[in-house]
Design a protein around this ligand. Structure first.
Ligand code: SAH
Length: 471
């Protein structure tokens, strides 16, 4: 056997039950550092999307090539190999690594071969289901102990019934009847409260409450699908008439930079954001864009310069500086369509002479006066003089776990079509678009978004409807 002498190491990290917010800080740091991440499925996509370094190599543990007789051997071999080659490896496991996760086997295998190995605990799905189903693991004076049990065993049997007040069965959805029968033959009454919670902690979470005698039929009737946790004991009925807690919304940002994270964070402290621009912004250089210097000079002679986004403002200022000018050379008046543009202008110390919330309307109002529109190279024709100030480099977007997403930020009309093309599988009918101006709102509604929210900002004439965003 070869013992490694390298700087590589493996961290066995508990990903928690699915909600990226339930990953630990230590787990997050490990993911951000990882060269290689060997991950399970169980709702961890959103976590990878959010925290994995863009350059990290992602390996789906369920899809490893190998002889398949025991996938665990293949996983162990990959972990060892990657660490032996000096990489920082994260083995990301659903829930907690030591709760039915075979984490200890991986630990043993690695340390016995000299691999530096660390373990980061995670929130087990048993306890996420306890919260999701409002079935407390313990209740003062009533439920004094709990046990986490497997409903699945190698020999096809079911684990002996533990002596505890609240029981959490994992991997039991395929055999609810048998678990219930065994419990009853061990003296548990058929009237004992029972609950089943699937996809605990995620937006897909569902919970069914019944009794030990009725839970299997109820779960079938409701069509619940794995993964799920069966909870049995008085505490499964503890919260019969109480409202269920809600989840934190996630916003997908489709454009770089705008709107700011701060603005979204102001909606609700619990909003989590996925930084996932559909394009990156590249400033243009006068030296390498033939004709641009002349176009800029032409624009500066017109009575109006209009902006429809923040990047347009930044790019415009940059072009001025490149030509040896600065903001004082602006003789024309300044117009802004939408909040992103007004924000961008404010950032360089300009309050627009004209603000409207719709780019199309702005063009209509300025066309007869003569105006230049400073915007992207690929912006749609507005009828104004097109002054390109930046280029959008469209990116192949990474997959989104729609189960965690409620809001999509679409600041400009161009983003709507781009989003729909990039994510054909996005469930538009249950996503809310947060848009920057009215024409984008119309485009988003036409594309099929369920709801469209504007007025998230300080420039609109109407007060921000923050309450609309509270889940
Ligand atoms: N180590 C994991 C358990 C792995 S066994 C943990 O600590 O949670 C896989 C089982 O976990 C599934 O069969 C299901 O019973 C349960 N499970 C995992 N994620 C779940 C979730 N989000 N909601 C409900 N049950 C889940």
């Amino acid at each position: 056997m070869r013992y490694i002498e390298s700087t590589g190491e493996v961290w066995l990290v508990g990903a928690g039950p699915g909600d990226p917010g339930l990953l630990t800080e230590a787990g997050r740091e490990a993911l951000e550092r990882a060269d290689v991440i060997v991950h399970d499925r169980l709702g961890s996509e959103a976590i990878l999307e959010k925290f994995a370094h863009v350059a990290a190599q992602l390996i789906d543990a369920g899809k490893l090539p190998g002889d398949r007789r025991d996938l665990q051997d293949d996983i162990n071999a990959v972990l060892y190999q990657e660490a032996a080659e000096g990489r920082f490896v994260v083995r990301l496991k659903g829930g907690d690594p030591f709760v039915f996760g075979r984490g200890f086997e991986e630990y043993e295998y690695l340390v016995s071969r000299g691999v530096r190995t660390r373990i980061v605990p995670g929130v087990t799905s048993a306890l996420a289901a306890s919260v999701g189903g409002l079935a407390p693991a313990t209740v003062r004076g009533n439920a004094r102990s709990f046990a986490v049990v497997t409903g699945h065993q190698k020999d096809d049997g079911i684990a002996a019934t533990p002596r505890a007040d609240t029981l959490f069965y994992l991997m039991a959805m395929g055999r609810l009847e048998r678990v219930a029968e065994q419990l009853q033959s061990d003296g548990w009454s058929e009237h004992t409260p029972a609950a089943l919670v699937t996809d605990a902690s995620t937006y897909r979470q569902r919970a069914v409450h019944s009794t030990l005698g009725g839970i299997a039929a109820e779960v079938r009737r409701e069509g619940l699908k794995p993964p799920g946790v069966l909870i049995v004991g008085d505490s499964a009925g503890a919260a019969d008439s109480l409202p269920f807690p809600t989840h934190q919304p996630t916003v997908v940002l489709t454009e770089q930079g705008t709107p700011t994270r701060e603005r979204f964070s102001a909606i609700s402290p619990s909003v989590s954001l996925l930084p996932r621009p559909l394009w990156t912004v590249e400033q243009l250089s006068l030296a390498s864009e033939p004709g641009l210097a002349q176009r800029l000079a032409e624009a500066l002679r017109l009575p109006w310069i209009a902006f429809e986004d923040g990047e347009g403002v930044a790019g415009f200022v940059d072009l001025l500086l490149q030509s040896g000018l600065d903001l004082r050379s602006l003789r024309g008046r300044i117009a802004a369509a939408g909040d992103a543009a007004a924000d961008g202008l404010r950032a360089v110390g300009i309050v627009p002479d004209l603000f409207v919330s719709d780019a199309g309307e702005l063009a209509n109002r300025l066309r007869s006066d003569g105006a230049a529109l400073a915007t992207a190279t690929d912006a749609a024709d507005s009828g104004l003089l097109h002054l390109p100030t930046y280029r959008r480099n469209h990116r192949q977007p990474r997959p989104v776990d729609w189960a965690f997403t409620e809001y999509v930020s679409l600041q400009r009309e161009a983003a709507v079509a781009r989003f729909v093309a990039a994510y054909p599988a996005a469930p538009l009918d249950r996503l809310t678009a947060v848009v920057g101006d009215d024409s984008t709102a119309r485009a988003a509604a036409k594309a099929g978004f369920r709801a469209v929210i504007t007025n998230l900002n300080s420039h609109s004439t109407e007060p921000a409807k923050l309450a609309d965003l509270a889940v």
